[in-house]
Design a binder for this molecule. Sequence first.
Ligand SMILES: Nc1ncnc2c1ncn2[C@@H]1O[C@H](COP(=O)(O)OP(=O)(O)O)[C@@H](O)[C@H]1O
Ligand SMILES: [Mg+2]
Length: 347
Amino acid sequence: MEKFLSFEDIIIDKNIKLCPRKKLGSGTFGDIYLGKNTETNKEFAIKCESVNKTNKQSLLKYESDVLRYLQNGIGIPELYSYISKDKYNFMLFELLGPSLEDLFDLCHQKFSLKTILQLGDQMLSRIEFLHSRYIIHRDIKPNNFLIGLSNKKNLIYICDFGLSKLYRDPKSGKHISYNSGKSPIGTARYSSIYSQLGIEQSRRDDLESLFYTLIYFNNGLLPWQGIKTKSKTQKNEMILEKKINTNYNELCKDLPYEFIAFIHYIKDLKFEDKPNYLYLKELLGKVFDKNNFNYDLIFDYSYLLDKKDIIQEGLNKNKQNEDIIKKNENENDIIDNENEIHKNINR
Ligand SMILES: Nc1ncnc2c1ncn2[C@@H]1O[C@H](COP(=O)(O)OP(=O)(O)O)[C@@H](O)[C@H]1O
Ligand SMILES: [Mg+2]
């Protein structure tokens, strides 16, 4: 996205100012900044998109439509407004805390089993909610789950609906049809095998990505990370090959048997199948009980959240490293394309 030329606060609407100095994250379609209502002092997040002649259809508008459609769900960021002004579009929404990827880094790329199970339980609930509204997310990964602020710090939010899609027609209830030969979308590292093979995504693919996310939290990295190739296409091919050839026993070797049952169940789902979310939650719950964990919503990072300086310092450090990581790790890049992003959402 085109950078704001000035670092002075920008008034984008009557009482709404954007603080270019306070960047909260950089995304594929646009950056996210802190915003403030100058009258009430209320803070929020502003996702920005610069308008140019080539992107006639606004991805941000699409995302705000999806977010509006999902309002009032637990762990869904509140949408405040969508503003188009001059060469920019702005989406004003709930200010949240760090992403699970940020928190994972702060915990030196290792989460305890208890943290993974508590996160997994909430992440499953978010995915189940989306699916209950006929939406598939299609980019499930640690960066797209954020924690809330202050009294919502134990609540895991699901974010980033730019690639989401309706898998059913809300009126007729008809499921989208099976399709192959599609260009894969999402993030190669966490994408399902079917998605990387170009098969139309459905509910099962969100769950497979969730599984890779949980394994990443436990193992610190996935076997298909860090592959070096000349081109991005080659890299995606090698990631896919490694994913196909990775044995679940090996992937879950430090984890209880239930994780293997978890992925086997997901891999057995047919294209249109409704996943049994409760069964998956119960599998995680069994591990929880066997270990006598207490469901107290204390996570590995919880003690850090009380130490604002540590978290801010850690996040700043991560942001400084962001560009280097982005250059080196393009499997964490979004696989962009797909014109159909704009279709399919009924307001
Ligand atoms: N509401 C928010 N509050 C605070 N930080 C946010 C918020 N939304 C996004 N971010 C930060 O910006 C990053 C990118 O946002 P995201 O919506 O995922 O954009 P993209 O579609 O480009 O990936 C997130 O991973 C997170 O670090
Ligand atoms: Mg994102």
